[in-house]
Design a protein around this ligand. Structure first.
Ligand SMILES: [Zn+2]
Length: 275
C-alpha cells in the first residue's frame, strides 16, 4: 500500500552518496491477508507538514482509500503492527478504532517520548498512542529486547527485534508460499544497493566505498543505533527470501544476495531480476 511520497535527500539511501539531491520515496504499508484476518503493518504519515522536507499524498493514497482498494475499512483490521513510530509510519493510527489494537515494541514508544530524536516522531501521533495506552485493549506491547527477541503473533507471523534503524524497531516475519518475507521498516532505503552481489563496494554507481571488507553490506544514512548494530541487523535480513522495506520495492534474495525486485502489489509475485 502506498500512503504518499516522502521527500528526502538522496544521501539518506546509502552511506557514500553525496548530499544535495532531493528525491521522493513512497511511504508504504503492507496488508497481511490470511486466516487471522487483515493485518496492517505501518500506516504512513498524517499530513505532509509533519515531514522534514515535505511530501505529497496523491489521489487514492488516503488511508481509508488504500484500505478500501482491498475491500476493507479500518474497523475490519485485526490489528496494526508498527515497525517503529517515526512520523512517516504512525500517522494514521487515530483513524483506526480503539477496538483494533496497535502492536509495537514497548521501548520504541518509550524512546520516542524521550525527545532524543527530535521531530522524527510527530507530537500528535504520540498523543494518540498515549490515549491508546490508557484505553484497555487499544495497545499491545512487545518486549523484544530482554530474554526473547521473537514473539509469534499468529501461525506464520512473527515479530522480531530488528536491531537496526531505531533501538526499538522491529521487523515482521511472514511465511508465504515461496519463502519468508521480512517486513523491516526502514532498515533499508535501497535494498539493492545494500545487498547486491559481491564485490559491491566501489561498484555502486556514484557511491564512494565506505567499508574495506567487500562482504560488508552498505548501510543507509538514517539510523540511531550504532554502526555495528546496524551492520548486524542488515546481515540478519539476508536469511529471508523477500525483504520489504517501507520506502523501496520489495527485494528478492538468494543465498543472502539481492537478485531482483517485485514491482507488483502482491508478494510473492513476478520477479524482475537485477541486471
Ligand atoms: Zn520511514
Amino acid at each position: 500500500m502506498n500512503f504518499g511520497s516522502v521527500f528526502i535527500d538522496e544521501s539518506m539511501r546509502l552511506r557514500g552518496i553525496q548530499p544535495g539531491n532531493r528525491i521522493a520515496v513512497p511511504a508504504q504499508g503492507f496488508l497481511l491477508v490470511g486466516p487471522h484476518g487483515p493485518i496492517l503493518v505501518d500506516a504512513g504519515y498524517r499530513d505532509p507538514s509533519v515531514l522534514g522536507a515535505g511530501g505529497e499524498i496523491g489521489p487514492g493514497q488516503g488511508f481509508e482509500e488504500q484500505l478500501a482498494a482491498h475491500g476493507i475499512t479500518p474497523a475490519d483490521l485485526t490489528c496494526v503492527i508498527m515497525t517503529h513510530l517515526h512520523r512517516d509510519h504512525a500517522g494514521h493510527l487515530h483513524r483506526v478504532p480503539m477496538t483494533v489494537p496497535v502492536v509495537l515494541n514497548r521501548s520504541e514508544l518509550g524512546g520516542a517520548c524521550t525527545g532524543i530524536q527530535g521531530r522524527a516522531y510527530a507530537k500528535d501521533d504520540l498523543h494518540h498512542l498515549i490515549d491508546r495506552l490508557y484505553t484497555p485493549g487499544a495497545l499491545r506491547f512487545l518486549d523484544l529486547e530482554y530474554g526473547a527477541t521473537d514473539e509469534d503473533l499468529w501461525p506464520g507471523i512473527t515479530c522480531r527485534l530488528s536491531g537496526g534503524h531505531t533501538p526499538g524497531s522491529i521487523a515482521v516475519v511472514v511465511d508465504t508460499a515461496e519463502g519468508q518475507a521480512y517486513l523491516c521498516g526502514d532498515l533499508f532505503y535501497d535494498a539493492e544497493g545494500a545487498l547486491r552481489s559481491q564485490p559491491r563496494d566501489g561498484f555502486v554507481a556514484g557511491v564512494q566505498p565506505t567499508y574495506l571488507v567487500p562482504d560488508d553490506p552498505a548501510l543507509s544514512n538514517n539510523f540511531t543505533t550504532s554502526v555495528r548494530q546496524e551492520m548486524a541487523a542488515v546481515k540478519a535480513a539476508r536469511r529471508y527470501r523477500f525483504v520489504l522495506p517501507a520506502h523501496d520495492d520489495p527485494g528478492v534474495l538468494e543465498h543472502g544476495r539481492y537478485v531482483g525486485r517485485i514491482l507488483g502489489d502482491i508478494i510473492p509475485g513476478q520477479i524482475t531480476p537485477t541486471p
